[in-house]
Design a protein around this ligand. Sequence first.
Ligand code: GDP
Length: 290
Amino acid sequence: HSSVVGLAKLPYQKRKRAERNGVNFTVMLVGESGLGKTTFLNTLFDSDILPIRKLNVPQLGNTMKTTQIEYHKMRLDEDGFVLDFTVIDTPGFSDYINNNYCWVPISNFIDEQFRKYIFQESQPQRERMKSTQVHACLYFIKPNLRGLSDLDIKVMKELSSRVNLIPIISKADAFNGTEMECFKESIRNTLCNEGINLCKLLADEGMENTILDTLPLSVIGSSSRVVNSLGNVVRGRSYKWGTVEVENEDHCDFIKLRSMLLSNNMLDLIKSTENYYEKYRSKLMKTQFL
Ligand code: GDP
């Protein structure tokens, strides 16, 4: 996976610090099945990291089934810089007839990682503390002009109080440019009206954070190569009428998202997770001592 992470782009001080300690980065994928989460992740690393699974067809007998939590770990080594990357997939989310509380296993999982860290902090030996906290949660939104569903709103509310939440519009090729802008605007309005706060990066001085104003980000997933209209071989999807390109900024925000996650803002996402941890910790302490 060489040169995927793009750490050469990190500011010098950050790169040095990160090189010394190694980096442990955990991203969670949440969204209905079939929205392209697996394909996106494989596109991000340009290899088949997650297996494509069959679509889950809701079954009447399955009303008690709910979301599962699955780990996929990988180690990336770029010029001596070691990144331990963990993907947490949530198969089954919203796939069943009864989706009431389908986010509960996800929010419980996030809270449990906080509790594990609190436990380690209270031990006499604290040199080898290991954090399993989730640093970013990508929430995949279905590209349809009706906007966010009630379930999307409920889940995003729950998650945004616990984790850096990054909304993603998957399958961006479903919209033309104007439709995409309208869709993004309507999502931003809904999020604002519902009081849902997206990730806030604890950026260092001088860091550009304009990317946050452009959320939600749209992505096109594909690990295949196609020939575009200029005759270049690119990653994209090919249709009878033409091609859509993953790494073309006129077609989607994949490049922005990749640089946010894997180079420009990775360390900021890790740092800002401390805020959520502190919030959880103080809430827990208050309830314990009441
Ligand atoms: P998951 O269930 O959310 O992990 O979804 P998958 O990654 O398995 O994708 C489901 C289907 O959507 C597959 O047939 C993919 O090829 C297709 N798909 C993934 N990304 C895109 C995209 O950006 N555009 C379109 N049109 N299809 C996509």
